[in-house]
Design a protein around this ligand. Structure first.
Ligand SMILES: Nc1nc2c(ncn2[C@@H]2O[C@H](COP(=O)(O)OP(=O)(O)O)[C@@H](O)[C@H]2O)c(=O)[nH]1
Ligand SMILES: [Mg+2]
Length: 324
């Protein structure tokens, strides 16, 4: 799923004013050209039925219609049609070059005009000089959207996040033998036995240096702003941490560095790949974990999955108090 996209937008140019004359009955010739029409504006409108932002990927340059030229007999040119772009509710609009926040569209039907069309040129009517229309404004825009997800899976590379999401939601996210297989946030819908649903989201892997711009960077952590819960997903033996305790610390440090408030989100630790670890080994490895919920599971054998689902069911009932 694409959570941000850049567009180059152009408002319509104003129509050209007409330079024309009329001979009156007394044979006098008078200037009689009409004004050009205004260029179309560029408008964003939030719409619950709008396609996702990825829809813009194939047409990143968009322009509103130009105004029509003025005509003889004082005929004013037609106004250019506005370009109205439907975007999902929740989209934030930024001026990309100035890094300036323009508007957050939070309700269906809400609109914002981001670019004004050019004014039409003057016709020569009334002795004015006929002129060209003004150019429409242009702007590089960035659209961003927070993912509509409830529970976020955060983990080091290869910890089994995609596999777990697929098992819980029946999604078919690509599972990788290589780290960093998941390059953008992935969503799946989990349905509990009592017919409540939760949207789960796998974020691209975090690792120690994400904040330094290596790996995928940590910009995707912004999505945690809407999280009802976080699952820290760890595998017993990771190439990216000395042990489980350090693995959890890396994840929490990275999130805390992004926004320390995100550490207050209800959370649990999921330890994956338990089919590879003997049962009496685990307590030793997590003895110095902070207090909180820990769910050892295997996406392959299904062990521990019922307890984890019980936790998710609690989230659907907003019945949470966990903080590892
Ligand atoms: N043995 C075992 N391997 C697993 C389990 N879950 C995932 N894996 C493997 O771990 C590797 C990474 O899985 P993936 O889901 O892509 O990890 P992600 O990078 O965290 O999304 C893949 O080779 C998976 O087949 C599990 O429960 N048991
Ligand atoms: Mg993955």
């Amino acid at each position: 799923m694409i959570d941000h996209i850049r567009l180059t937008l152009q408002a319509g140019r104003g129509g050209k004013g007409s330079d024309s004359f009329m001979s009156r009955t007394d044979r006098k010739v008078v200037p009689w050209g009409g004004d050009g029409g205004s260029g179309g504006n560029v408008i964003f409108r939030a719409d619950t039925n709008a396609p996702p932002l990825s829809h813009f990927r194939y047409k990143p340059r968009l322009s509103a219609e130009a105004g029509g030229a003025g005509g003889s007999h004082k005929k004013r040119g037609k106004n250019g049609k506005d370009l109205i772009l439907a975007v999902p509710v929740g989209t934030k609009i930024f001026d990309y070059d100035k890094k300036y926040f323009i508007r957050h569209l939070t309700q269906s039907g809400q609109e914002v005009t981001v670019l004004k069309g050019g004014r039409g040129g003057s016709g020569n009517f009334g002795g004015k000089r006929a002129s060209n229309g003004e150019a429409g404004e242009s702007l590089e825009i960035e659209l961003r959207i927070l993912l509509p997800a409830d529970v976020f899976l955060v983990g080091l590379p290869n910890s089994g996040k995609s596999t777990l999401l697929n098992v819980l939601t029946g999604s078919k996210i690509k599972v990788g033998e290589y780290p960093f297989t998941t390059r953008s946030p992935e969503l799946g819908v989990y349905a509990s036995d009592n017919f409540n649903v939760l949207t789960l989201c796998e974020l691209p892997s975090v690792y120690g240096a994400s904040h330094e711009g290596r790996g995928m960077g940590s910009d995707f952590l912004k999505h945690l702003e809407v999280a009802k819960a976080v699952l820290y997903v760890l595998e017993p033996d990771s190439k990216f941490a000395k042990n489980l305790v350090e693995g959890l610390k890396i994840l929490k440090d990275e999130i805390g560095r992004y926004d320390s408030n995100f550490l207050k989100i209800p959370a649990a630790v999921v330890i994956t790949k338990m089919d590879l670890l003997s049962e009496n080994e685990l307590p030793k490895r997590i003895s110095s974990f902070p207090d909180g919920l820990v769910f050892p599971i295997s996406s392959f054998s299904g062990e521990g999955m019922e307890k984890l689902k019980g936790f998710l069911d609690k989230i659907t009932k907003r019945d949470l108090c966990a903080k590892p």
